[in-house]
Write a protein that binds this ligand. Structure first.
Ligand SMILES: Nc1ncnc2c1ncn2[C@@H]1O[C@H](COP(=O)(O)OP(=O)(O)O)[C@@H](O)[C@H]1O
Ligand SMILES: [Mg+2]
Length: 235
């Protein structure tokens, strides 16, 4: 299997005033193309920090991050932004849709950013992706005219419109009721099954994690090996 993400001894220290806050303490993670990986771990263990670094939104203190063989950590800000636009789709807990734009408008904006404003996007692709997320009747709705579950599905549609190598999701069901969570998880599962979309999803929910192919457990800025997880839960 081709490796689409590899981190080597990834470290992140935040500086808050004079205090150093270590968030990642040497993380080694490898994800193959077409894998669906869940990341679990207690609040504050560094999950979001990890995802933001992988998504090119945050520079680590040290270590390497290879996306499709390209090293994010040696790039200029512009190169990293460019890689993010080409390779990464991001889904947030709070949807983060543009409130004055319709579902289709939000997708169009993502296409425009991807192409640096050089074209008006691909209407057939937009309709295909909205149909995939079962939003064909909501194309002209604005976020406030949609339920939370529908808003998150628009956010997923937006994240995959440009066919990213990796879909990153930070607690995508964190603001949804259980019914809408199930629908969103079913759709993420479907994206992986049908299109081999590589997905890395942070979740607190063991049921959500169980829908992935593999679970990476984090504690205190480290990856916990599977044997350690078993020992801790059996203690
Ligand atoms: N922007 C920031 N500035 C300072 N400290 C931060 C910042 N973001 C996160 N942290 C700290 O880094 C650690 C890891 O946070 P985070 O990656 O958000 O964990 P998780 O997503 O697992 O809850 C925590 O101690 C948190 O307080
Ligand atoms: Mg978090």
């Amino acid at each position: 299997m081709k490796t689409v993400l590899e981190t080597m001894d990834l470290k992140m220290v935040y500086h808050v005033g004079k205090v150093d806050v270590p968030a990642l303490r040497g993380l080694n993670v490898s994800v193959g193309a077409g894998e669906y990986v869940a990341i679990m771990g207690p609040s504050g263990c560094g999950k979001s920090t990890f995802l933001h670094i992988v998504g090119g939104m945050l520079q680590p203190t040290s270590g390497r991050v290879l996306i499709d063989g390209e090293d994010l950590t040696v790039m200029s800000d512009k190169e990293r932004t460019d890689l993010r636009r080409r390779k990464i789709g991001f889904v947030f807990q709070r949807f983060n849709l543009f409130p004055t734009l319709t579902a289709e408008g939000n997708l169009k904006l993502a296409e425009r950013i991807y192409s640096n404003g050089s074209n008006g996007g691909d209407s057939a692709r937009r309709h295909e992706v909205l149909k995939l997320l079962r939003l064909e009747n909501k194309i002209h709705h604005k976020p406030l005219e949609l339920s939370g579950g529908e808003q998150q599905r628009v956010a997923i549609a937006r994240a995959i419109i440009n066919r990213p190598a990796i879909l990153l999701a930070d607690e995508p069901t964190g603001n949804l009721d259980s019914e809408n969570s199930q629908i969103v998880l079913d759709m993420m599962r479907g994206l992986n099954n049908e299109f081999r979309q590589t997905i890395i999803m942070i979740t607190h929910n063991p049921e959500a994690a169980a829908r992935a192919d593999r679970v990476i457990e984090m504690r205190d800025g480290h990856v916990v090996e599977p044997e350690q997880v078993r020992e801790e839960t059996h203690r």
